[in-house]
Design a protein around this ligand. Structure first.
Ligand SMILES: [Zn+2]
Length: 401
């Protein structure tokens, strides 16, 4: 793919945004948006049920992401992560994913935190891992009686990548609290098999691309997917993983975790003085993964959990586009949802840009720019995904699939 190809794609996306926002403006914003519930100001369903005999329950404990939300916008949405339960009240497997800031505050309101069988932590950013130790403590209660606890933590959290080193937990607590401890990666198993030997982290029970977990006749399979999301200075962004969880009754839930979905041919320029990121012509670092290789991993899903850090566009080549350097944006979600065939799409990481709109987006979106961007994002997704249920849930919201 050449630079010109990439430019053509970005121009096409730009015109999607532009024509869509114009359509909203032409039709009167408020009436166009009334049909789209889901922002914090509107009524949001507490539970979306896909089938009557559903056995998989996804509880979105904290749906906010990134620094602004866990700081200043702390009260709007937590960042506590989510739980996936399979089975019924008497016999179930419960997996907890990405216990970030406010896990301790919010999780006990929505789930039984002492019934956690396994914890997955996809990377060490604070909105995904800040309260990992609290979640480990909760999961460890009744551990002897219940047995079979596991932790799956991203590999770079421990082995480091670039200048990103440091684990949100330690050997003592991890080994004391959890039965099995794995480092997890979206890379192929044979490629990584021996990477932690002779490192300070060799006490982990292995590095895995896939985990199977069985309890009282119920079984789930977790397969890690590659993401492209840099921890600070990381040279191996693919070690931040997403996953597909499949139950033995055939339900498939995909979680993208944080990932950028930008074309590899475009470099990025970070201006630390002005704290801005723009894109420019030129090769991105070799290890970054092309968007198609990330998106194509998510197939035949019932539920897709995506992390569009913002519903607003970013800037490329003096124009407004849909992705930033490290996350998908709302138009990236459209691509994931289409490829995966998911019946329902929900969001783990609704970031502060949705509450604060930058000047670049305001330019394109005109008078709409001052409105709550979540409304715009939902309307946009519904326009381009007419056959998919768009579930922008509040904290505590559930999908039963
Ligand atoms: Zn992140």
């Amino acid at each position: 793919m050449t630079y010109e190809d990439v430019k053509r794609i970005s121009d096409a996306r730009f015109s999607n945004w532009k024509s869509f926002s114009q359509k909203l403006i032409d039709n009167g914003l408020s009436s166009a948006l009334k049909a789209h519930p889901g922002s914090p100001k509107r009524d949001v369903p507490d539970e979306i049920k896909l089938n009557e005999d559903s056995e998989v329950k996804i509880t979105m404990v904290g749906t906010g992401g990134a620094g602004w939300v866990i700081g200043r916008y702390n009260e709007l949405r937590g960042s506590g992560g989510f739980a996936i339960e399979y089975g019924d009240e008497r016999n179930k497997i419960q997996i907890y994913v990405d216990p970030g800031k406010n896990y301790s505050r919010d999780a006990p309101n929505y789930i039984d935190v002492n019934s956690i069988d396994g914890i997955i932590c996809t990377h060490i950013h604070p909105d995904h891992a800040a309260e990992l130790v609290s979640a480990l403590q909760d999961a460890s209660l009744n551990a002897k009686r219940r047995g079979g606890k596991f932790l799956a933590l991203n590999k770079t959290a421990l082995t480091g990548a670039g200048d990103a080193k440091g684990t949100p937990t330690d050997k003592f607590h991890t080994k004391l609290l959890m039965g099995e401890t794995y480092l997890m990666t979206g890379r192929d198993q044979d490629e990584v098999e021996n990477e932690v030997e002779n490192t300070p982290y060799s006490w982990f029970d292995g590095i895995k691309n896939e985990i199977e977990y069985e309890k009282n006749g119920l079984e789930i399979k977790l397969k890690a997917t590659k993401s492209c999301h840099q921890e600070t200075g990381a040279s191996n962004p693919e070690d931040v993983f997403g996953f597909i969880l499949e139950t033995d009754n055939g339900t498939r839930v995909g979680y993208t975790s944080d990932t950028r979905v930008w074309e590899k041919e475009i470099g990025q320029k970070i201006d630390t003085e002005r704290r801005t990121i723009t894109f420019e012509k030129g090769e991105a670092p070799e290890k970054l993964i092309h968007r198609d290789d990330i998106i194509s991993q998510y197939k035949d899903l019932n539920v897709l959990i995506a992390n569009p850090a913002a519903f607003t566009p970013a800037v490329y080549d003096g124009k407004i586009i849909d992705h930033d350097n490290n996350h998908m944006r709302v138009d990236g979600v459209v691509d994931f949802a289409k490829k995966s065939g998911a019946e329902v799409v929900t969001f783990r990481e609704i970031a502060a840009e949705n509450y604060r709109i930058g000047p670049e987006a305001r330019k394109v979106l005109g008078e709409f720019g001052h409105k709550d961007f979540i409304d715009f994002g939902i309307a946009y997704l519904e326009e381009f995904l007419p056959n998919t249920k768009i579930a922008v849930l509040n904290d505590g919201g559930r999908i039963v699939a």
